[in-house]
Design a protein around this ligand. Structure first.
Ligand SMILES: [Zn+2]
Length: 189
């Protein structure tokens, strides 16, 4: 899934109706699995790699794949939940829960870019037949599923956010994701 989709979905599913609503722990947990990818992209651009090489070759190289595995680790997310509960640091539990929710959302929507979600216990990857972007692997279906979930979550969240600023931010993210979706599903050639 696209990173903003995770932020919106996780907020809709995990945010509590009363204080502490845990907005920041949820956003941080939703970002952690993709954080290394942004560092990777900045590094690749700084190295002067062309866009095509970045995502077709460099992305799959070591040590980047090992670094990506850390944030995408379900065992680590579960450990954060357990630690948060045990230490009564509930914000930490929400960070962990948001990480695991991100992992679960990625699981059915990644084909050859599937993550090692069980690191460090196992390096198994679940290669889903459906991708959230790759039109050669049911990408239009995956992207449609993702956008429908995001739009439902946006409609649910909008009236529940307390400031005009956060509502505007959410609406802008939904518009951006819809635009990216339309670019992906348009007939090619
Ligand atoms: Zn992800």
């Amino acid at each position: 899934m696209n990173t903003p989709s995770h932020l919106i979905l996780n907020l809709a599913l995990l945010r509590r109706p009363v204080a502490p609503v845990m907005t920041w722990p949820i956003l941080i947990g939703a970002l952690i699995p993709d954080a290394a990818m942004f560092v990777f992209y900045a590094w690749a651009r700084w190295q002067g790699l062309p866009e095509s090489t970045i995502w077709s070759t460099a992305y799959y190289s070591q040590p980047w794949q090992d670094i990506f595995a850390v944030g995408n680790s379900m065992p680590l997310g579960l450990l954060a939940i357990a630690l948060g509960y045990y230490l009564k640091r509930y914000w930490l539990g929400f960070v962990g829960a948001s990480m695991v929710l991100h992992h679960l959302a990625d699981l059915p929507l990644h084909h050859d870019d599937a993550h090692r979600h069980f690191w460090p216990l196992s390096s198994v990857r679940f290669i889903s037949p459906v991708s959230y972007w790759d039109v050669d692997h049911l990408g239009r279906l995956g992207a449609t599923l993702e956008l429908v979930l995001v739009l439902v979550a946006t409609v649910y969240l909008l009236p529940r956010l307390s400031t005009r600023f956060s509502q505007a931010l959410l609406a802008a993210a939904a518009v951006l994701l819809t635009g990216a979706y339309l670019l992906l599903v348009r007939p090619q050639g």
